[in-house]
Design a protein around this ligand. Structure first.
Ligand code: SF4
Length: 396
């Protein structure tokens, strides 16, 4: 998109703006993803930088443009990502003129809590957060013995079209910015007063379809001057975008990769996941092997069990032979029925049988513990219900 918003600026302002452009230069290759996330035409922040999405080097460039020392960038970064400040006025160790400059040239992304449901069974909380453009996303807080885990969304909607998933029914609306992904974690910490120790990117969206924003999010979330959540405690789930998995392997990140596998062969996988028409399972698994070789991180394979589709003994055996010898863990997920789709969950006997077959073949396997089963069950369903009952009027 042509840049046409920087006209008639005073010399000093021009200076600052050119510095801002330098800061943005580092993100040049990311521009497509960022534009897709916040289209200029829809953004109420026109011409201002999303400061919470900037990694520290880019923030230092920005502050250098203001004639400030690098330590100022570190202070601001800590305010944004450690203290989770929501306004520049909270940044009391910055001079007032600097705070004013920041307000003129940048903005702090925040999310508004639109709805919340809390499970009486296990304390799981599902949140609907409203974005600046009134779209809503879903995030989930799960409380485990070992700490709090948050499942975040990476996109508004999804274009991958998996047949068992409610999140894709309306297609992809837009990518989330790094700041919008971070805010889901920060907002849950603010709202609960509890620390989050694990983050899984398994909510709405295909994370690797929003690659630049995702990797910025991971680096900021795990940075020492941020929340400092260990990368080992961050899991990214993908339906299997081969080139992106290979690229991720080279990022020097130590996150866990979870492949949404859901079938032991291409034929069944194609029935469930349109992405299987583009990537053969053997290529997806080869990319996963590459990820393991590069990172040393044990792979996770997610397998949604759907009655009569992929839950038979023969399929369990086929899956076992495919994964034999890999350093991996299989997570069986009895599918949650989606009202709009005719899939049903297998009964307990079939689920246990499937697990037994894998175990007999020395594959580590767990059945995902269902969290928050008394509130809106499957991923994306709370959002969908909210959207159905709160239909927005078109346009302003
Ligand atoms: S399962 Fe994930 S990748 Fe597939 S449609 Fe749903 S959100 Fe998208």
């Amino acid at each position: 998109m042509e840049e046409n918003r920087m006209t008639e600026a005073a010399p000093e302002e021009r200076n600052v703006r050119s510095g801002i452009r330098n800061a943005e230069k580092r993100k040049e290759e990311k521009q497509d993803a960022v534009n897709a996330a916040v289209p200029e035409s829809e953004s109420p922040f026109q011409g201002r930088i999303d400061i919470k999405s900037l990694e520290l080097p880019a923030l230092k460039d920005l502050l250098a443009a203001f004639g400030e020392k690098p330590f100022r960038a570190e202070q601001i970064y800590e305010w944004l990502h450690q203290k989770k400040a929501e306004s520049f006025d909270e940044m009391t160790n910055l001079s007032k003129p600097l705070r004013e400059k920041l307000k003129e040239s940048t903005f702090i992304m925040t999310l508004r809590e639109a709805a919340k449901m809390e499970s009486k069974l296990d304390g799981t909380c599902k949140y609907l957060f409203e974005l600046y453009d009134e779209r809503v996303i879903e995030s989930v807080l799960m409380r485990y013995h070992h700490g709090n885990s948050v499942c975040i969304s990476s996109q508004v909607g999804c274009r991958m079209g998996c047949r068992f998933c409610a999140s894709t029914l309306g297609g992809l609306e837009r990518n989330l910015t790094a700041s919008e992904m971070l805010e889901q974690v920060y907002q849950i910490e603010r709202l609960t007063g509890e620390r989050v120790s694990n983050v899984v990117v398994m909510g709405t969206g295909e994370p690797l379809d929003n690659y630049e924003n995702l990797t910025a999010f991971i680096r900021i979330l795990s940075s020492e001057k941020g929340l400092h959540i260990s990368q080992r405690n961050i899991t990214v789930s993908t339906c299997g975008l081969v080139e992106k998995i290979e690229r991720l392997a080279d990022e020097k990140l130590t996150i866990t990769l979870a492949l949404s596998m859901h079938a032991p062969n291409d034929e069944v996988r194609r029935q469930l996941m349109p992405v299987a028409n583009k990537y053969a399972l053997k290529d997806v698994l080869a990319a996963c092997d590459h990820y393991y070789q590069k990172t040393g991180r044990r792979l996770t394979f997610e397998y949604s069990l759907t009655h009569g589709v992929n839950d038979g003994t023969a399929q369990a055996k086929e899956l076992a032979s495919l994964l034999k010898g890999k350093n991996c863990h299989v997570n069986l997920i009895p599918v949650n029925p989606v009202r709009e789709r005719a899939f049903t969950r297998p009964d307990g006997k079939n689920i246990q049988n499937f697990k037994n077959v894998l175990e007999k073949n020395q594959i580590t396997v767990t059945i995902r513990r269902e969290m928050g089963s008394d509130i809106d069950a499957a991923c994306g369903q709370l959002r969908k219900r909210y959207m159905d009952t709160n239909k927005r009027e078109g346009g302003e």
